[in-house]
Design a protein around this ligand. Sequence first.
Ligand SMILES: Nc1ncnc2c1ncn2[C@@H]1O[C@H](COP(=O)(O)OP(=O)(O)OP(=O)(O)O)[C@@H](O)[C@H]1O
Length: 621
Amino acid sequence: MMRRRNYRGAASPYGRGRPGRHGRRDEMWIVPVRQGGDIFYVGDEFFRALWRYRAELAPVYWLIGAMLAGAWLHRIGANAWVLPVLAGLTGLVLLAFRPVALVTRYPLLNRWRVRLWGTGFILSISAWLTVATIIGPTAGRMELAAFLATCVFAVPWIWREDRRRLTKVRILRDRFPDTADAAGLTGAKMVSAVIDKWGWTARIKLRRGQHWTEAMNAIPKLESAMGARNGALRVESVADDAGSFTMRMVEVDPHAEPIEWVPRPGKRNQSITQPLTVGVFEDGSDISVPFLRKHVLIGGATDSGKSGLLNVILARLAECGDVAMWGIDLKEGMELAPWSRVLDRPVATNNETAEELLAAAVDELEKRANFLMASGRREWDPKISAPALFIIIDEYAELSKKCQRLADSIARRGRALCVNLIIATQRPTQKAMGEGSALRSQMNIRFCLRVNERPDVDLILGAGKLSAGWDTTMFDGPGKFLVHGPGLDTPRRGRAYRIKDGEVRVTAELHARHADTGPAGSPESGSQARSGVRGSSGSPSGVSGPEMALWAALQAAPDDGVTVADLRAATGQSVPSLYRRLNALRAADQATQISHGRWRSMRPFPADPSEPGGDPESHSE
Ligand SMILES: Nc1ncnc2c1ncn2[C@@H]1O[C@H](COP(=O)(O)OP(=O)(O)OP(=O)(O)O)[C@@H](O)[C@H]1O
């Protein structure tokens, strides 16, 4: 078989058409030879460095560029002063109006500080060039002026956070071959790196024939080669490539100090269908927890940070447009009071109002179950018009037996229906959770903060967790926890964000669902507590939203249908939105128009739940 020839004419046994590697036994040594002597090599490296570090060297290039441009304009003649003036004006106009293409290419222009810097830069350089055109770039003190202006603009340019990060990435990448060599991973290359607050993460490509587990074994050597502290480095495999790995260097212990709360931008534009970030793992990565259709248990000793974590979860849920929340706080409503405008029902502060609230939740759950059965579906898909309902219970052990029975019922049946519990308690013993209750086993996400007794870990996280290495008795600061749940099955130490009282107030204000009416049981909220809930979307349709109210009204409609005016009253929706939904239901063969302006459901009797049915909500709103 003819072998393909490489570029030097040597036959490659691998037929790749490129030079073979040094040292193959059946191959002669091929040493790449540079044309020219050492001076060319040095020159080559020098120009490469000028290009590679162009961002850092930019101030020098500006200075040289300005001097050359000034000299050229001056040679053209004094009348050319109009050119730098026009160029400067164009720059200022572009900066002021920022065309989409420009901002897409340079997103930093969205920052006012960058624009301020840009305005100053354009004004200075066009003014200097105008004068240089008329009197010459070296006349008087023109060079000094250019040098000083360059220094002034270079400081923020060099100091920019992202530029410093970029420089650090480059240094890491350039040094990595030596580091890898020292750790016995000769030939490994850093392909990319990202710097963050706590350290950096890099993707490493190993030499062919090496496996990522070799990097795992080389961790102590890598730490030593990089001069890092013990335990600072983590190595993880890359799913689709056994010869690559991800290297995470934690330079600053993220848990050494409280981690400040980071709100999400925008107003209620998050969704419960996405995991919510509640804190930071010890390696600096975000703790993203999937709350959708999950019951949550938070356990820990006094002052371990349960209420703090509960506040973070509430803040994250408040940011979701497709979530409604109710609260029970038997510490006289102290913990949940700041959230009263976010909660869709007055906070229950005693066992009587808690019982009403939980009974309403069971009622809601049954309505949802009937609705899903009638529409042939099994799971509630939360959306703004049909939100997921979370019932937050601080200090569960204080609830009466009757309340606990209702909560147990919600825990058993509420998951698929998006009626979920978030419970905080110190020790979830069988007694505290209610005798004969299966509530604990229904909790799919469990946060275990510091506990005083080792067996409490098993109580909170589940039997066998302590012996499997989940131990929180040694945790020193408040807010530190281990979390167990779907996708969270290794004991990684996490710390919740610290959300201060002021931030709670700001978040609650930003995501307020209604005007404040005080806790349940207070005179001003009495009528609401009795009548049920505040409409989660301002409609009279209750927490399930207009979608379910519409469906219920269509199902209850007589044979000659229900009028659009009645549907409006039942759902609180506008006529165009109602017609949009009605047409979608009609297209799905679930509703029919009997006569002008009169509608009813096509399926007045509950369908067989095992039968795959249409989804009345699957149409765009
Ligand atoms: N993530 C956190 N980071 C830093 N400090 C925190 C954090 N969470 C809570 N703290 C602080 O720890 C202290 C106790 O917190 P918290 O009240 O939440 O504990 P707790 O477990 O609810 O206590 P208790 O059982 O007495 O209600 C408070 O001073 C709070 O500011």
